[in-house]
Design a protein around this ligand. Structure first.
Ligand SMILES: Cc1cc2nc3c(=O)[nH]c(=O)nc-3n(C[C@H](O)[C@H](O)[C@H](O)COP(=O)(O)OP(=O)(O)OC[C@H]3O[C@@H](n4cnc5c(N)ncnc54)[C@H](O)[C@@H]3O)c2cc1C
Ligand code: FES
Length: 1304
């Protein structure tokens, strides 16, 4: 299966831990007794190869290829513009393909489930979801073009495997590797013998628990036992009192079995099944559930198990066996000692699990709250069961278990015992909550472990259970009443149920909605753009929604990324050794043990760098290898090169570094503000000022002051940092294949580090699997590491960072603190603003000063503030250095702006949209640095967005909804945007292109831009096609290389198409000018005729094109300039619904109107807007980076760091491009669109704020409150203060309206 041995490189490696879905493949197995073939999707990264004996594995290459025929799934993904960088496309294809193999006509729920395990910062709803849905109106592609499925192209299950399964009796399989032995027995007795002989050997079924431990936590098992083929462990038995399921049953199978059972058995008997099913729906992604076993989930006893609390609460029984002994124990016994250690011995195995039927008068529920609604481990979960005395509301038995709270599932047994015999009423609820909080003691919050939130969830879940039971109970009561059975029922005098049930139809209406969990629905999306002028030539592709040039290659897995390149003879693999201290002197580096590791070739340190180890782009250096001291955890100290990736990593772990800790260790900017005495800044600090701020403050009606904290963001490009450095063997030449958005800087840094002229170093970039600003200087340092190693060893060296190392080493978006003071009149006019931004730059400057500058230049967003002062400083801390990131400071500073806008609204009592309108740029104006702007299109976007979103009528509907719902609230917000385009200075926007025409008429185009998902090559081919007046099919783009286009500027700042488009146009026009006399002479000739003639006339058929760049400047001394060339405008309206009990939320609808001039390719551009918007949702509402107090990044993979998934895309999502917008400054009147949409994600932040405000108003809480970004469920819950939060913190604001559970 490995890419290198069979050259099937379509399956991608994004995380290695089952968390991203990039490696999805289809597994097919044949069951000889039933003669059925089972297909299921699985994550290849966690599949032990030995577990695949007798199975067929289909990778994306097996689904379809350009060499044979592409599959309809691949065709639709590509033609419906469903891929951007393409790195995750094969995983998408495989999930949907497997779904269709099993269900040719899947429901939308099945489609959502299939895509739930896929993550990508390019997530776009139209592109990902629409292609597979039928009957949806979409104007970006025509379904008429799609080829029907040719059934003969489906791979059949290999007959030899079928024969093998039928003819070969099952026998024990033993696979012996270099270090491990895999034993797969076929009988229970054999398994028990093995377990007795090797009690420490794990039983591996899905490997989803053992695998990550071995890969990421250094656990090693010399022997592994695989029990999946033993029949006893796969039984499914229906018994009188319930179901018995084999421990090796996959969670998907359990889900199917329970779903069937629910439809077969009377409702009364299936309450446990329903509760378990509830957890299974969101447990992991489908690929995880398809392999993970029931037994594995129970036995691994992780505190985050979603099944243990509900199974334990439901009295499930475990059937255990060991050699010579079988026994049954209730699952709850395992957790009886409070640390989950009880009862099961190391020789025992779990054979099966008995899940009982529920009884009359018994109610069972399960709850979970996770950082993301689907495919995320829970923060806290719970299983609860109550049984009432017959015909009463008296508790006969109660069982409550929680997960996620401490290191194991925990039982609230004292609470349950105390409550037995009590009536199910408010007094019981009150006491239960207090008892629960006393009993479930959580450790302190030193590690930021959300302790208060977990405690709040503990009581909130119980309250929800209380309501649920009450609701069901009363429904039964009503039925009983009408059946005249009421005389048999007995209730306490103060029971809620005591009186005539006709007057008590259940839980109060306004409480009921909280009984429904948010469901993920298939997003409905609309894209609207202006069609091209009918007079435009049909051949001219500009303005048309052309498919991404590599779309088909993405979908077939044929698109080549750095790690897909074939190995070079003698190639070595490199693994980095990084600092484990935030600020320390390196006392010694001991490499002796590492050097003795198998396959180790050498260890590279700073001493091996022939020339430059430190690059001074400002006063402080960017460093390749730490030399004497380290300045952050994750700094590269040295690197191991070995004959394989595995050997290199094993040896890297054996390098011992001794440190002497240095003071101070500065990690956060809060500390930094206090620690100004350390003078820990990167210079210069920047300031802009207009008007007379101090004077204005004296004349205003009101002043507010506040601050907002905005967390950082991980780039989370799907392709991690990747380099292949290949020494050419002569004249110190080296080819560097690298995943970067700036090949010229890579060339410069590699050449400087090796001490050779740049003309010996050639950088090649075919495509990049996402970058978002993260593949600039950092990639230069990593490329230098690989190049130094290649130089020292004279071998090719491949460096592919693991996801964990990538996240640890490379930094991300700058965390931000914005402090503001705003003066305004009672009518909402803002007269004066004074703001300060502190940005956490990390340990080296990178581009932090530029980020600080841009944050100031763009801080006004859409507003004209007559008196304005703002300043920013980049704080130097001992964190990995932060870098450029889509939006470059604007998403942070404009969020601060929108926060004080909302603050002004709160204070004046006017609505936020009124304050926005009052202060918005309205006529030709100047910015705070005296650049002119015409805001006409800003107003148009705002008005159109208001209209398209039906803002006011929906706002009324939201208010109405909120009146009728107590525990669920909706919120709506509309936010405008002005996004200035420009790089601040001319030389940064220069560009060049090179166009060759070959004698057969085909054209090879190259330019300095990098394809990283934004479709730049597609657009450049469109430009060349228009200019040369030939079809796009005649034009090819091969790669970006420093060999063809020297000194190209970075592909950053949304500028790629603008500047390279100009250069391509220039080159094509030069060629056309040369051809013109020939064309004039033979106007009826064909392109080929003209080219042939030109060649024969010795006319050069190769031309360069050049664009000098935009005339941009900024004088920071004066605080004036023209740093931007033009402005993009936009507006977004979002509506959300929150669950006040858990803090969970759902994005209901978003309408975006965006002015991007005349789009060159609306499909690509709308994809950019959608993708950026969803990335913005991630930034503002969910992506949380967590560090230990020692400065170690804890969130180092998709399991800990959650980016948006399908469940986070607004259910209704519409993007409209503003019509009739012209831009005289950019190619074909277009506008650069890569970054702007991200900020609009904050409309969700403010919609959430609106919902929280509604909660607080209803409860009489003070209306000035601050919310930070990301606005996670934890923060939402804490802001919706009530008796539960008060119980938890013991202090705080008291809710005026106490929690009520009845309708009296
Ligand atoms: C990306 C990802 C997301 C996840 N999300 C969730 C989630 O949202 N909620 C959740 O609850 N879980 C989640 N999990 C955890 C997952 O559900 C468990 O890892 C899985 O159920 C374990 O089953 P397995 O067959 O893979 O176990 P394995 O890794 O094969 O084995 C796990 C352990 O169980 C023991 N074991 C297995 N079977 C037996 C047996 N029959 N008798 C005795 N011991 C046995 C093994 O010895 C081993 O120690 C997630 C995991 C991943 C990788
Ligand atoms: S690489 Fe396998 S799930 Fe991410």
């Amino acid at each position: 299966m490995t890419a290198f041995s069979v050259r099937l490189t379509g399956t991608k490696y994004g995380c290695g831990g089952g968390g991203c879905g990039a490696c999805t493949v289809m597994i097919s197995t044949y069951e000889p007794t039933s003669k059925k073939i089972r297909h299921y999707s699985a994550n290849a990264c966690l599949l032990p190869i030995c577990s695949l004996y007798g199975a067929a594995v289909t990778t994306v290459e097996g689904v379809g290829s350009t060499k044979t025929r592409i599959h309809p799934v691949q065709e639709r993904l590509a033609k419906c513009h469903g891929s951007q960088c393409g790195f995750c496309s094969p995983g998408m294809v495989m999930s949907i393909y497997t779904l269709l193999r099993n269900n040719p006509e899947p429901t939308s729920e099945q489609m959502i489930a299939a895509l739930a395990g896929k993550y990508c910062h390019f997530l776009i709803c139209r592109c990902v979801l629409k292609p597979f849905s039928s009957g949806t109106l979409c104007i970006l592609f025509s379904t008429d073009e799609f080829q029907p499925l040719d059934p003969t192209q489906e791979l059949i299950f290999p007959p030899e495997l079928m024969r093998m399964a039928e003819n070969q009796p099952k026998r024990t399989l033993v696979f012996c590797g270099e270090r491990m032995t895999w034993i797969s027995p076929v009988s229970l007795d054999e398994l028990l013998d093995l377990k007795a002989a090797h009690p420490k050997a794990p039983l591996v079924v899905g490997n989803t628990s053992v695998g990550p431990e071995m890969k990421f936590r250094g656990v090693f098992h010399p022997i592994v036992i695989a029990p999946a083929r033993i029949l006893d462990l796969n039984v499914v038995t229906h018994m009188d009192d319930g179901l018995t399921l084999g421990a090796a049953c996959s969670l998907s199978l359990v889900k199917d079995i329970l779903t069937n059972a629910i439809s077969e058995f009377p409702e009364e008997k299936t309450k446990v099944f329903c509760a378990v099913l509830q957890q299974l729906r969101t447990l992991g992604g489908e690929q995880i559930r398809n392999v993970a076993s029931l037994g594995g989930n129970i036995i691994s006893r992780k505190s985050t198990s979603d099944l243990n609390p509900v199974l334990a609460a439901s009295n499930c029984v475990l059937n255990l066996a060991s050699k010579g002994r079988k026994r049954q124990i209730p699952l709850s016994d395992i957790f009886a000692d409070g640390v989950g250690n009880n009862t099961i011995t190391s020789e025992e195995i779990l054979v099966s699990v008995h899940i009982p039927h529920s009884r009359k008068g018994e109610y069972v529920s399960a709850f979970r709250q996770a950082p993301r609604r689907e495919n995320a481990l829970p923060i806290t979960n719970a299983g609860m069961r109550v049984l009432f005395e017959d015909g009463t509301d008296i508790i006969k038995d109660l069982s409550i278990f929680y997960g996620g709270a401490i290191s194991t599932t925990i039982c609230a047994k004292q609470t349950c015992w105390t409550l037995i015999g009590r009536h199910w009423n408010e007094q019981m609820l009150d006491e239960a909550c207090r008892l629960l909080l006393q009993e479930i003691a959580l450790p302190g919050s030193a590690s930021g472990e959300k302790v208060d939130y977990k405690k709040t969830l503990i009581v909130s879940f119980f309250y929800r259970f209380f309501l649920e039971v009450l609701h069901l109970f009363l429904m039964i009561l009503v039925v009983s009443f009408f059946n005249w059975n009421i005389q048999n029922l007995s209730f306490s005098n103060n029971s809620l149920l005591f009186q005539d049930p006709c007057h008590y139809p259940g839980v109060p209406m306004e409480y009921r909605s909280v009984l429904q969990d948010f469901q993920t629905k298939m997003p409905q999306s609309i894209q609207i753009y202006q069609d091209i002028d009918p007079s435009q030539s049909p051949q001219d592709p500009v303005g048309r929604p052309i498919m991404h040039q590599s779309g088909i290659m993405h979908a077939t897995g044929e698109a080549v990324y750095v790690d897909d390149l074939p190995s070079v003879d003698g190639e070595l693999f490199l693994a980095v050794v990084t600092s484990s201290r935030a600020h320390a002197k390196i006392v010694s580096i001991d490499t002796s043990e590492a050097l003795q590791g198998p396959g180790v070739f050498d260890i590279i340190t700073a001493h091996d760098v022939p020339a430059t180890n430190e690059f001074y782009y400002s006063d402080d250096p960017e460093i390749i290898f730490a030399r004497n001291k380290v300045i952050c955890v994750g700094q590269i100290v040295c690197a191991v090169v070995a004959d394989s990736d595995v050997h290199a990593k094993q040896a890297a772990a054996k390098v011992k570094i001794e440190y002497e800790v240095l003071e101070p260790v500065i990690l956060t900017i809060e500390v930094q503000i206090e620690a100004i005495k350390h003078n820990s800044f990167f210079e210069p600090k920047r300031k802009l000022e207009q008007g007379n701020v101090d004077q204005a403050f004296e004349t205003v009606d009101n002043i507010i002051e506040g601050e907002i904290h905005i967390g950082g963001q991980e780039h989370f490009y799907m392709e991690t940092q990747s380099v292949l450095a290949v020494p050419k063997g002569e004249d110190k030449e080296m080819d560097v294949y690298v995943s970067t958005q700036h090949p010229a800087i890579i060339q410069e840094m590699v050449a400087a580090s090796l001490g050779v002229p740049a003309n010996r170093i050639m950088c090649h970039v075919k495509r990049v699997g996402g970058a978002f600003g993260g593949k600039l200087l950092k990639t230069g340092l990593l490329a230098s590491v690989a190049a130094v190693a290649a130089n020292k060893t004279s071998r090719a060296v491949r460096l592919i960072l693991s996801r964990g190392d990538d996240m640890l080493i490379t930094g991300g978006r700058h965390p931000f603190i914005g402090k503001y003071k705003v003066g305004f009149m009672n009518d909402g006019r803002i007269r004066a603003v004074d703001t300060k931004y502190y940005i956490n730059a990390g340990c080296t400057p990178d581009e932090s000063i530029l980020v600080a500058e841009v944050s100031l230049l763009k801080m006004d967003n859409a507003y004209k503030i007559p008196n304005l002062r703002c300043w920013a400083c980049a704080c130097k801390t001992n964190l990995p250095s932060n870098a450029a990131f889509r939006g470059f400071g604007f998403p942070q500073s404009a969020l601060v702006t929108e926060t004080w806008i909302t603050g002004v609204a709160d204070k004046t009592g006017l609505s936020p949209e009124k304050i926005r309108e009052i202060n918005m740029y309205k006529e030709n104006a100047q910015t705070h640095f005296k650049q002119k702007l015409d805001p006409q299109n800003l107003i148009r976007c705002w008005n159109e967005c208001m209209e398209k979103s039906a803002y006011y009528s929906r706002k009324t509907a939201v208010i109405e909804f909120n009146k009728q719902n107590y525990w669920k609230k909706k919120g709506i917000a509309i936010v405008p945007m002005k996004f200035p385009f420009g790089l601040g200075t001319r030389y940064l926007s220069q560009a060049a292109a090179l166009v060759h025409i070959y004698t057969d008429g085909s054209v090879l185009l190259t330019h300095g831009g990098i394809e990283m998902g934004q479709g730049i090559h597609t657009k450049m081919i469109q430009v060349a096609s228009r200019e040369l007046n030939i079809p796009m099919s005649r034009i090819h783009f091969c790669e970006t290389s420093t060999r063809t286009v020297p000194n190209a500027c970075a592909s950053v700042g949304s500028a790629g198409t603008d500047v390279n488009g100009m250069a391509v146009k220039d080159a094509c026009q030069t060629l056309l000018k040369r051809l013109q006399p020939i064309i004039n002479k033979n106007p009826k000739g064909t392109w080929n005729d003209w080219i042939k003639e030109a060649f024969e006339q010795s006319v050069s058929l190769s031309a360069t094109g050049y664009f000098r760049g935009y005339d941009e400047n900024m004088d920071w001394e004066k605080g004036e300039g023209q740093p931007f060339t033009y402005f993009l405008y936009g507006a977004a309206c979002s509506e959300v619904e929150i669950n006040c009990l858990t803090g969970d939320h759902k994005n209901l609808r978003t309408d975006i109107v965006m002015d991007i001039g005349c789009s060159i390719n609306p499909a690509v551009d709308i994809g950019q807007i959608e993708g950026a918007f969803v990335q913005g949702i991630g930034l503002y509402t969910m992506e949380e980076l967590k560090y230990s107090p020692e400065g170690v990044l804890c969130t180092r993979g998709p399991d800990q760091y959650k980016i948006p998934a399908v469940c986070d895309i607004p259910e209704q999502f519409s993007v409209s491009l503003l019509s009739s917008s012209q831009n005289p400054y950019a190619i074909y009147a277009s506008k650069g669109i890569g970054e702007a949409g991200l900020f609009l994600g904050c409309s969700v932040f403010f919609a959430l704020r609106d919902a929280v405000t509604s909660v607080r108003n209803e409860r009489g809480l003070k209306n000035t409150f601050s919310l930070n970004s990301p606005l996670t469920a934890e923060q939402i819950r804490a802001s919706c203060a009530d008796d539960f939060t008060e119980m938890v913190i013991g202090i705080g604001e008291r809710c005026l309206k106490h929690i009520k559970v009845n309708i009296l």
